[in-house]
Design a protein around this ligand. Structure first.
Ligand code: UDP
Length: 375
């Protein structure tokens, strides 16, 4: 055997596993079919701006252990995510909070906002929410559902809201305060210097070979290892033998503009059904010039994000965790459990809508089982 561990996928799960394995004195090879490391957190410096090439990644966690762990590999800035929703030219604050309720209904106090939501929830007659639509209406009422959720969600998931699981919308906080922070998280920020630099530090000590597709090169002598950590999609590993799991894919249209400031915020969501993209990211606002209106870099980079159904050959981004897909995943999972010396992990390996902190935590937990301790 060439290596103790072959790690397939240089995203966060793979990077944590590699870092721990190396710290425990193991020999590690990390491969990735892409030409770069970082997985979907990959950032690329364009015109002095760290561009989130696979969509916005804002690190946030409530777990002190995860925060302390990741802070060993990067210093984090004080970015706080507060997206703006654009519905047909009208702007609303996200997540749903007193600014949103005031703009929507003119209400001023938390009690007035609660009363409005309760009135709309009652007339929709929802007791126990069974799908995303019912969950959304019961959390924020029909007006907000219609303007800020329905169109966006149907573009994002390509399915009607009453066929989607309720947990998706429960990711977002609803607040009866004027707090625009998108996350209920004690720790939040973006690594100064970008995610690629951070992940490269985590991979220090491992051998890293981008541009190698495991499923095509499996069995080649130079990839032989005692244990494989596979972070690609679990159905692809088994050659889709039970059929494909469903994913959503995303396409980014990225442009460099000769402007200081395009939209005044890192994230603007387009929540109507007609605009073909879901959101526009203006990358410089994740890190630069908040006090100088962005003029420290007289250019800006924006990405429009288009969502589509995944098909083989596309990049899978979001697992569609409805009942049918979750059941199919369980069949793959039982195959995975029988696979000797292979560990499956990460958003694609475990078919879960994981945030970055949960990926790190899952990888650290796994490493504790394998190596006995986290170093
Ligand atoms: N969502 C919405 N309107 C918005 C933003 C989000 O309806 O303006 C819903 C949508 O269904 C989305 C879910 O909330 O899939 C979770 O949003 P989040 O921002 O957590 O998604 P991510 O950043 O992971 O794409």
């Amino acid at each position: 055997m060439q290596y103790d561990y072959l790690i397939v996928g240089a995203g966060l799960y793979g990077a944590v596993f590699a870092q721990q394995a190396v710290a425990h004195g193991k020999s590690v090879l990390v491969i990735d079919k892409r030409s770069h490391i970082g997985g979907n957190a990959f950032t690329e410096n364009i015109e002095g701006i760290n561009v989130h090439k696979y969509g916005a990644h804002v690190f946030h966690t409530n777990c002190k252990e995860v925060w302390e762990y990741i802070s060993r590999f990067a210093e984090f800035n004080r970015y706080t995510n507060s997206p703006v929703a654009n519905f047909k030219g009208e702007l609303y604050s996200l997540p749903f909070n007193m600014h949103t309720f005031n703009k929507m209904w003119g209400v001023v106090t938390p009690d007035e906002a609660k009363a409005k939501i309760e009135e709309q929830r009652k007339s929709a007659n929802i007791a126990e929410p069974k799908n995303l639509e019912e969950q959304a209406v019961s959390l924020v009422g029909t007006d907000i559902y219609e303007r800020l959720i329905k169109g966006y969600t149907e573009k994002q998931w390509g399915r009607p809201c009453n066929e989607l699981p309720p947990f998706i919308i429960k990711r977002l906080p609803v607040r009866f305060t004027f707090d625009n922070n998108y996350f209920d998280a004690r720790y939040q920020g973006i690594p100064i210097g970008g995610y690629t630099e951070m992940i490269s530090k985590m991979l220090g000590g491992a051998e890293v070979r981008p541009g190698v597709d495991y499923l095509k090169s499996k069995g080649e002598p130079e990839l032989l290892a005692k244990t494989v950590v596979f972070t690609g999609s679990i159905d692809s590993y088994f050659n889709y033998c039970y059929g494909e799991l469903q994913y959503r894919s995303v396409r980014f249209e990225t442009e460099v503009l000769e402007l200081d400031n395009y939209q005044g915020n890192a994230v603007v969501n387009y929540t109507d059904r007609e605009t073909p993209y879901t959101r526009i990211i203006e990358h410089k606002w994740f890190e630069f010039g908040k006090d100088k209106n962005g003029a420290d870099i007289p250019k800006t980079v924006i990405s429009r994000e288009y969502s589509s159904e995944w098909k083989q050959g596309d990049e899978p981004y979001y697992p569609v965790n409805d009942e049918r897909n979750n059941d199919l995943y369980l069949r793959y999972k039982s195959l995975a459990e029988k696979e000797k010396n292979v560990i499956f992990g990460g958003r694609l390996g475990e078919y879960r809508y994981y945030d970055m902190d949960v990926v790190i935590s899952a990888a650290l937990e796994r490493c504790k089982i394998v190596f006995g301790d986290n170093l």
